[in-house]
Ligand binder design. Structure first.
Ligand SMILES: *Cc1c(COP(=O)(O)O)cnc(C)c1O
Length: 371
């Protein structure tokens, strides 16, 4: 008998870990798609005051239904979409990763299937495994788009209970056109045994999409089985807060309440998130600059003769390299930490400040000379 007596399918598995290296080893951190701009002193002071206020009642459990926060998130989302998003259509948890896990706890499980199209977010198969949901991954095309006829055929064959799709996709940056969401919602709605399945469009990078690219939020009124998730970790410049959320039919939000842990959002998290939302214009204030820097980085990488996936996110997937690990290591040796992820031969770089991107470019030129 081996120890500890963990479920056999978990034995020997390495936990998720993009390397977290200290700033003296890697002063330029471009590996987990964070917003490089921190909050202003004024915003910090307001968040601190709100956390202090919450501290006065820490002897009590927080509002289990986090009504004030759901209301604030609903009005924040309503700015983006026609027709109001009401608080009963919003749900939140400690990062959208927890939202995703809760969705699989409620809508996946033994005997049920989750489907995505690879390359896709590396955490989805882990949540499927943890909830004992069968995991099936179809393929994207060579340009990382979805072929809708093939996707529909896959849905009809697999009959998934949950479809999970990031848009813009991580690690490729590819946004889904609205037709794709519609096709999937219709195919899934009609396919999975009794009542059909749900389609989760993970818009963690939604705020970075290029102009003219719509959000799946606009399709919510048309599809009861559509769930759109968002996060405060990326564009919102609050990865340390751990707050992710979704918009969906009220019945879907209600179903998640069955599986959530009691009081899962702490009083401090709720107060901090509310304060951050009051500063939304400031925290989102660098998004346009990051989008412009993204487009410049894509163009620069292409000028170096590299392949770069079209990106609607705050990162670029580029390659291809015979030995991508050597390139990753060469960059790290020069103080630049990026991510070794995606299909073989590709690397992903997050968009940082102009100074950080200049350091990345200089380091990559030097590394490529050595190849
Ligand atoms: C970063 C990311 C998230 C956000 O995760 P949080 O738990 O909200 O920090 C969600 N989905 C994808 C695809 C991501 O890349």
């Amino acid at each position: 008998m081996s120890f500890p007596p963990i479920r056999p399918e978990l034995a020997g598995i390495e936990p998720y870990g993009a390397p977290q290296l200290p700033a003296d080893v890697a002063p330029v951190q471009l590996n987990v798609n964070e917003n490089p701009y921190g909050p202003s002193d004024e915003c910090v002071a307001d968040i601190a005051a709100s956390a202090a206020e919450a501290a006065r009642t820490l002897n009590r459990y927080p509002d289990r239904e986090f009504v004030a926060l759901r209301t604030a998130l609903a009005s924040y989302l309503s700015r983006d979409v026609p027709g109001e998003i009401t608080p009963d259509r919003v749900w939140a948890a400690n990062g959208s990763n927890e939202v995703m896990l809760q969705l699989l706890q409620a809508f996946g499980g033994p005997g049920r299937t989750a489907l995505s199209f690879a390359p896709t977010y590396s955490m989805y198969p882990e949540y499927a495994r943890d909830t004992m949901t069968t995991w099936v991954a179809g393929r994207r095309e060579d340009d990382f788009s979805l072929d809708l006829d093939r996707a529909r055929a896959m849905v009809e064959e697999v009959r998934p209970d949950v479809v999970l799709l990031p848009s813009p996709n991580n690690p490729t940056g590819t946004a889904l056109p609205p037709e794709a969401v519609t096709v999937l919602c219709e195919a899934v709605g009609g396919s999975a045994g009794s009542g059909g399945g749900i389609v989760v469009v993970d818009e963690a990078y939604g705020e970075f999409r290029r102009s003219g690219v719509p959000s799946a939020l606009e399709l919510l009124p048309a599809h009861r089985n559509l769930v759109v998730t968002r996060t405060m970790s990326k564009a919102f410049a609050a990865a340390g807060l751990r707050l992710g959320y979704l918009a969906a039919d009220p019945a879907i939000c209600d179903a998640i309440r069955v599986v959530r842990l009691p009081y899962h959002l702490s009083a401090v998290t709720q107060a901090t998130a509310l304060a951050a939302l009051r500063h939304a214009p400031e925290l989102l204030g660098n998004v346009d600059q990051l989008r412009a820097q993204r487009d410049k980085t894509v163009a620069w990488l292409r000028d170096q003769g590299l392949e770069v996936a079209e990106s609607d996110a705050n990162f670029c997937l580029f390659g291809t390299f015979g030995d991508r690990h050597a390139v990753w290591q060469g960059l790290l040796d020069r103080g630049v930490l990026i991510r070794e992820t995606g299909p073989d031969g590709w690397l992903r770089v997050s968009i940082g400040t102009p100074t950080e991107m200049a350091a990345f470019e200089d380091a990559l030129v030097a590394v490529m000379k050595e190849l």
